[in-house]
Design a protein around this ligand. Structure first.
Ligand code: GTP
Ligand code: MN
Ligand code: MN
Length: 516
């Protein structure tokens, strides 16, 4: 369920079996890169070797690369890294220039693909895959897996979260971070166009956050990336006009369909011009009547963050932006209210640990399943999950102001299987309530066994036709089952490393549920 572990000896053997000669006839590129702004004490440097030009071009969009990074490697700074410190990242598509063709459109070695991380050495070794997450090694491998392990050592957090700034009609601006599993709406939310008058949302990042408490006890966050690597299908002028305006130029599209007039196409995009024909992502002719999708469901755009029309003025601030709330969320068709607030930090850590989401399950399963994805980090933990939980708990000290923690769910469905909440730009109504909670406005919430939910008076549904009680109900039977299932998961997966504080949270939840 969580990451796989192997011994260093086995890892070295796996490398020795794959790498000798694997780049033969190809060009090897050396990419010095920085995760985070070059002048930020939060940032970390890396050097990636790769034999893929696609990786070089994508890394240039997703990270800060080049001479400035080499110069920084040569100069001492106050980040505690010492001169010359960098994460070592090695990548090969695993396909010599004149080797036997494994795949008609893409050099790779799918049967022997392996992605290794050595957290003790801050090293990444990736073989056989050109997939973004496996080959742009600054992203999931460095910024999340090795990053979370460095963060554990150094006392900060590397998380699978978006960062946005939200300004209310009074002109008060706050920043929040939000962790949702893949394909659950981070990029959409980070680029939200709020429907409530007077609200403004600005984007700092859409996928990864590095954050720490500063000397004054304020949590501050940077986006270690330089671009967006977003899911293309479903992105349109209606769902995410900001993303559509961002990807107009300097953008690399992967596994999308092509139009005969030189454009790109994917499912859910706006109407086609008459007379335009389409070639699907595999190079075959495609029409709207075809039985297969035009674009791969996980096709992506890779685009510079600075092209985003609502990029935040402080998105590259070396000191990061101050964070006032942490949101967790996932796709929960039943039982889970639109938003609830954790009672305190420890409960918030439990809420993150208990995250689940509906996913189109792996090939061996039928249909959709609700899967565990704690902190939206299940594929990205760089070390023991129990120690990770302890690390989150240890953030709360007398010297810091911990932010409020919330859980959101845009995906609750009614008896007919229809979404109960319009989502997208309307999600600013949830932000509006969250801001009221941060400001400690009176009478905004009522306690339930799982946390605080909004009162009718405090949650703005003006102009919407929704079933308020259905959307916010907390069914006790559902939650009792849920609590048991989560307790089993944590006890099975984390076992003796489960922190006592998390076990206490499980026990208190059962107590609240049995006497609501
Ligand atoms: P990764 O980039 O893989 O980490 O995922 P992500 O969290 O950025 O996901 P993304 O924003 O690409 O999620 C897109 C999916 O979520 C699409 O299917 C959207 O239609 C859906 N989605 C996003 N926001 C909402 C919402 O508010 N309501 C509903 N119903 N669907 C939404
Ligand atoms: Mn992601
Ligand atoms: Mn995304």
């Amino acid at each position: 369920m969580l990451g796989n572990w192997m011994s260093l000896e086995d890892a070295d053997r796996a490398v020795a079996e794959r790498f000798p000669g694997c780049m033969e006839g190809r060009t090897m590129y050396v990419i010095p890169f920085s995760m985070g702004p070059l002048d930020s004490p939060y940032s970390k440097l890396g050097v990636q070797l790769t034999d893929s030009a696609y990786v070089v071009c994508s890394m240039r969009i997703m990270t800060r690369i080049g001479t400035k990074v080499l110069e920084k490697l040569d100069s001492p700074d106050d980040s505690g890294n010492g001169v010359g410190y960098f994460v070592k990242a090695l990548h090969s598509v695993g396909h010599p220039a004149d080797g036997p063709v494994q795949h008609p459109h893409w050099p790779c070695d799918p049967d022997r693909t392996i992605i290794l991380h050595k957290p003790e050495m801050d090293e990444i070794i990736s073989y056989g895959s050109g997939y973004g997450g496996n080959s742009l090694l600054g992203k999931k491998c460095f910024a999340l897996r090795i990053g979370s392990s460095i963060a554990h050592r150094e006392g900060w957090l590397a998380e699978h979260m978006l960062i946005l700034g939200v300004t209310n009609p009074k002109g008060r601006k706050r920043y929040v971070v939000a962790a949702f599993p893949s394909a659950c709406g981070k990029t959409n939310m980070a680029m939200m166009r709020p429907t409530l008058p007077g609200y403004k949302v600005e984007c700092v990042g859409d996928d990864i956050v590095w954050m720490r408490f500063d000397r004054n006890g304020q949590l501050r966050a940077i986006n270690p990336e330089f671009g967006f690597f977003g899911v293309a299908p479903g992105t349109s002028r209606t769902t995410n006009p900001v993303a559509m305006d961002t990807v107009f130029e300097n953008t690399i599209f992967t596994n999308v369909a092509q139009t005969s007039d030189g454009g790109v196409y994917w499912e859910g995009m706006d109407k086609l011009e008459p007379g335009v024909t389409i070639t699907d992502w595999q190079g075959n002719p495609w029409t709207p009547g075809s039985s297969t999708p035009a674009a791969h469901p996980n096709s992506r755009f890779c685009t510079p963050a600075e092209q985003c029309p609502i990029i935040d003025a402080d998105w590259q601030s070396p000191d990061g932006v101050p964070i006032d709330a942490i949101l967790f969320g996932g796709r929960r068709p039943s039982g889970v209210p639109l938003v609830y607030e954790a009672f305190d930090w420890k409960h918030g850590v439990y809420v993150g640990a208990s995250m689940k989401s509906e996913a189109t399950a792996a090939a061996e399963h039928k249909g959709k399943e609700i899967m565990h994805d704690p902190f939206a980090m299940r594929p990205f933990f760089g070390y023991n999950f129990g120690h990770y939980l302890q690390h989150w708990l240890s953030m709360e000290t007398p010297n810091v102001k911990v932010p409020k923690v919330f859980h959101v769910n845009w995906f609750r469905k009614d008896d007919q299987g229809k979404y109960m909440w319009p989502g997208y730009g309307e999600n600013c109504r949830v932000l509006d309530w969250i801001l009221r909670r941060i400001d400690n406005e009176p009478l905004t919430a009522q306690p339930t066994p799982i946390g605080y939910v909004p009162t009718r008076e405090s949650f703005d549904v003006h102009g919407l036709n929704i079933d308020f009680d259905g959307l916010f109900s907390v069914p006790i039977d559902f939650w009792t089952e849920e609590a048991k299932e989560v307790a089993n998961f944590l006890n099975e997966q984390v076992d003796e490393d489960l922190p006592k504080d998390v076990q206490d949270q499980i026990d208190s939840l059962f107590r609240r549920l049995s006497s609501p």
